[in-house]
Structure formats: C-alpha cells, structure tokens
Ligand binder design. Sequence first.
Ligand code: PEP
Length: 215
Amino acid sequence: MKPVYIVANWKSNKTVAETRSWLESFTLPSKDCTVIICAPFTLLHFLNEQKLQVHLGAQDVSPFGEGAYTGEVSAKQLKELVEWVIIGHSERRKYLKESDEELSFEVLQAKQAGLGVIFCVPDENIHIPPGVEVVAYEPQDAIGTGKSEDPTRMNAVIAGLKKRSKSLYGLYGGSVTPQNVASFIKEPSIDGVLVGGASLDAVAFQQLIENAYHS
Ligand code: PEP
C-alpha cells in the first residue's frame, strides 16, 4: 500500500482549551499513514508537550532568519516544536500578499532549519521553489466551498506538478471530507490530502482517516 499523508490545516482556529477537548474526542486510527496537524503558532508548544502519535506542522515561517524581525517566527524556533511547515497557502497569498520571492525565502529558511515543506499551489503554473518535498495542489474555488474537484483531473495535474518540481509527494486540497477522501487517495499520483474544515471536528477528522483507504 502506498504511503499516505493526511494533513490538517487548522488555520486561525482553536484556543488551548478547545484543542484539549478536540484531543479528548480524537483517537488516531491505526492506519499506515502519516497524519500531520498544522496548528496556529499559539498551540504548538501545548501540542508538542502532549507527545501525540501525530506529527506537527506550522502554517507559515518567517522568510528571515533569527534577529530583529518583530512578529516573525523563525524556522529555527519552529524546529524545536514541529517537523513540518505549510508554505504558500492561497489565503496567505491573497490576504498577506505573499509573493513568489518571499515564499522562496521561506522555503530556504525552512530547509536550512531541517523542516519538511508542504508547498501549496493554487494554480498549475505557479513557481515552485527547489527543495520542496510535498506539493499540495489546492484550486482556490475548491477551498472551503464544499465543491471538491474531480479526482481523475486532479491526479493528472498533481502528476505534472510532482514532475515539474521534483517533489516526492503530491497532495490534493479543497473541500475534502470523510465522504470523498477515498476517491482522491485511490488515484495513483495523489499521495494524500490537505484538509481544512473537516479537520476542525475531531470525530469527522478521525472518520476521514478511517475512510482514506476505503474504495
Ligand atoms: C485549506 O484551506 O487548505 C483547505 C483545503 O480547506 P478546506 O478543506 O476547508 O477546503
């Protein structure tokens, strides 16, 4: 069976108290897959201390190193708490105006610190910096809309992106649910999914992991 990545993106959701109750409702299914929870910075220390079976990721990293960059969180600081970082999510491109150049510096910082990079690609032609292990194709119209894309078409796009970027793995993201996850995972070039909304509820997320292998 191929390795499968299931990545949760909690975005700007959850307090520590809410995270505690999410964890109380969640049991990691014993499946041969890598589950990564990408949480807000404010939760990473708490989550790290829980010694969970899941892996941890951040949702952004500073394009600078350590030093006089007020408000930024450096890759070196993140590396104490997480193994992964999402870079280039379409919401950051849209609301924070992150540019291709800035994202290239973020990837460089993450790689230098030894973090795994999940690089989000909102359209097929976007620049993908070198050194990205995991590329996540997330068509903007599919994010948070309930309108997931066609798995067969996504398979072809992700195969092309993996080849172009020399990434090892390709994920699909956009309105993935416990009901549709298997239709993406069964595609040969799709190595996993990036999940926003459906990861916020512990029971739904557990069900999504369970269903990832059902045909
Ligand atoms: C996302 O924001 O990365 C995402 C895939 O969100 P959703 O699953 O809610 O569409």
